[in-house]
Design a protein around this ligand. Structure first.
Ligand SMILES: C[S@@+](CC[C@H](N)C(=O)[O-])C[C@H]1O[C@@H](n2cnc3c(N)ncnc32)[C@H](O)[C@@H]1O
Length: 221
């Protein structure tokens, strides 16, 4: 199962916020320049009030939780998983299956900042994570042009049925905290759109269930 976490709320602090006192104080505390910091609503909330589309930005914790659930899963450990993080400003992070994502959130933030600065981590040798400029459409085309999506208004499926649809497929999940895909075609052109349960859930919750469903289909659980 290739997971594509799409339109994820992960980005560096945008230029228009560099001078805001909340950002300046955080940069000083962390010994970095404002533009080297990951935008994080928990730290930069006062600075974000006038930011366009603010409700869908500054949530690297969503990406962190999804990566923990995915990278340490049986599915990934058995070589049946791969994850790409697409961000709302069209960066793509490619993550090798053997990558041990930091379990500590602060260490994860530092790693992402290093990735945005160097383009890969570790900076020398074979990279475990690589950052490139790519649209969601470009990524999905590179992955073969066929995908399924998870969505709260999709077709209701049982967990075993869902697993059979997800195993071996490219699976798109929204990496944003609220609202819907800005790229509506992701749902319209998907080979299938599936719902888990009766209500919208957080992306990490949806990903946990998708992983378990695929593990069931693979006979791992
Ligand atoms: C936090 S949700 C997006 C926000 C959601 N539309 C809302 O307003 O609460 C993140 C992603 O998780 C997935 N998702 C959420 N609930 C789901 C469900 N019940 N079934 C399948 N996927 C779901 C979708 O891919 C969605 O884009």
């Amino acid at each position: 199962m290739i997971l594509v976490l799409a339109e994820s709320a992960l980005e560096l602090v945008p230029r228009e916020l560099w001078g805001h006192p909340a950002v300046v104080a955080d940069a000083r505390r962390r010994g970095k320049r404002p533009g080297e910091l990951l935008l994080d609503r928990a730290r930069h909330h006062p600075a974000m009030s006038h930011l366009t589309d603010a409700a869908r930005r500054g949530r690297p914790d969503i990406v962190h939780q999804v990566l923990l659930a995915f990278q340490y899963s049986l599915l990934n450990r058995r070589g049946l998983g791969r994850v790409y993080v697409h961000t709302r400003d069209d960066h793509v992070i490619s993550i090798r299956p053997e990558t041990r994502v930091p379990k500590n959130y602060n260490n994860f933030v530092s790693l992402m900042e290093q990735l945005f600065s160097a383009g890969k981590v570790p900076p020398s040798g074979e990279p475990l994570m690589e950052l490139s400029r790519k649209s969601l459409r470009g990524l999905l085309e590179k992955l073969g042009g066929r995908w399924v999506a998870l969505h709260e208004a999709g077709e209701k499926t049982s967990l075993p049925g869902l697993g059979r649809s997800l195993l071996g497929s490219v699976v798109v999940v929204g990496g944003f905290p609220r609202g819907d895909f800005a790229n509506r075609w992701v749902l319209e052109k998907a080979a299938g759109v599936y719902r888990i349960g009766e209500e919208a859930m957080d992306a990490p919750q949806a990903v946990c269930r998708a992983v378990v469903a695929a593990e069931l289909a693979a006979g791992l659980v």
